[in-house]
Design a protein around this ligand. Sequence first.
Ligand SMILES: Nc1ncnc2c1ncn2[C@@H]1O[C@H](COP(=O)(O)OP(=O)(O)OP(=O)(O)O)[C@@H](O)[C@H]1O
Ligand SMILES: [Mg+2]
Length: 445
Amino acid sequence: MKDNTIIVGLDIGTTKITTVIGEVASGGGIDIIGEGSVPSEGMKRGSVVNLERATHAIKQSVLAAERVSGVKVSSVYVSVAGNHAKAITSHGLAAIRRNQEIGQSDVDRAIENARAVPLDPNLEIIHTLPQEYVVDGQEGIKSAVGMHGVRLEVDVHIVAGTAGPLLNLRRCVQEAGLYVEGFVLHVLASGLATLEAQEQAQTVIVVDMGGGTTDIGVFKRGNLAHSATIPFGGEHVTADLAQILKIPMEEAENVKKRYGSALPDLADQDLTLEITTASGSTHAISAFELSRIIKPRIAEIFSMIREEIDHTLGPAEMVAQSVVLTGGASLLRGTVELARDRFRLPVRIGRPRGIGGLTDIVGGPEHAASVGLVLYSLGENGRVPPIVFKDQEPEKSSEPQDPIVRTSTSPKTPVKASATPAKPASQNADSGIMGRVRNWLKEWT
Ligand SMILES: Nc1ncnc2c1ncn2[C@@H]1O[C@H](COP(=O)(O)OP(=O)(O)OP(=O)(O)O)[C@@H](O)[C@H]1O
Ligand SMILES: [Mg+2]
């Protein structure tokens, strides 16, 4: 690790493009010295659909961060959306000569053998993440170098990206005058920014709830061991509201953020909103009813995550000790409580930690991936860099945490939100005006 090095993360998301500039101080520690976020352009579900517009937005985001930091950015770590990545876990083996210690070259050979799996030629390997080692049948070894044995085995989590989308991303970043230092799987970056020291000894499900997608990463003792993507996120909640309330997306977004809740029980029971539709008619809706529109979508996302984990790894509550929700959409009221109910595990919001500098700007869950990109460059094998936990000792025990917190939710959801997106906001731009809020004063005083 170099001292006083500038490291830049470029998170190209569905709703925003964020640049975070980090500085590694000589005494250790990472200071965030610049941040720039602009609305995403030219992107759809993690893919570039318009090179020029995406390049323009990337430039704007980098410029904004440069202005804050006074630093000129030349190279960046770029996030890759999970829907363009395929991940497999492969097993590698290396024989060790009798009476010889295991050396780094043996470890490299075992990893190389694990990498030698036939991959679709359309895929480009992004990460080769060694999990734990097995020496002569002894499992759970973190570092095999220096040990004695005749048989070294390792499971390696290989993450590969689809070549086309990666090439397009690289092209945009280069057109913006920047060098791609590396691609990083979005949910890996989110996990690196949010996992706490004691979680390094456990199995934790990290769920990054973004705008267009929700990414899942299962971190086993600090290693990314499984990843998947659900093609729904916060924008779909907004689209449901826009369609059912018949208001433009921008207004639905405001209503969702201010008054929405993923659990009707947590909605303000006294609040009623008066909505003026795009056609000019008005209707009233209570915050309770609003959250009955929202809940099915979030519940659907959690069900899909559960299905994915149950199917590939086994029942979530048996496999993992906790869930960390991050990404902007995790900020919706009631999301944590609904997740506790669905996963039957302790759930918390994951915010970037272990950094200094502009923590007030990058301290929210929507910055997990961009901060994680900076941390990625300082860690080894896709693990949290030790510098982050320099003042803390990770817990030794990997025993499951016991408290299972449940929240009562109604079993049936009377309002079924439609999956059809509402008209884009631009089509309704000047017709709809958010209705007056009857209890405005009551709420804000
Ligand atoms: N306070 C809030 N309450 C509810 N939802 C919120 C809040 N703040 C942000 N969101 C939602 O978070 C989503 C954006 O999250 P985020 O910024 O993590 O997305 P992204 O990184 O651009 O998307 P992706 O990771 O899918 O590419 C939007 O749908 C937005 O409505
Ligand atoms: Mg994101």
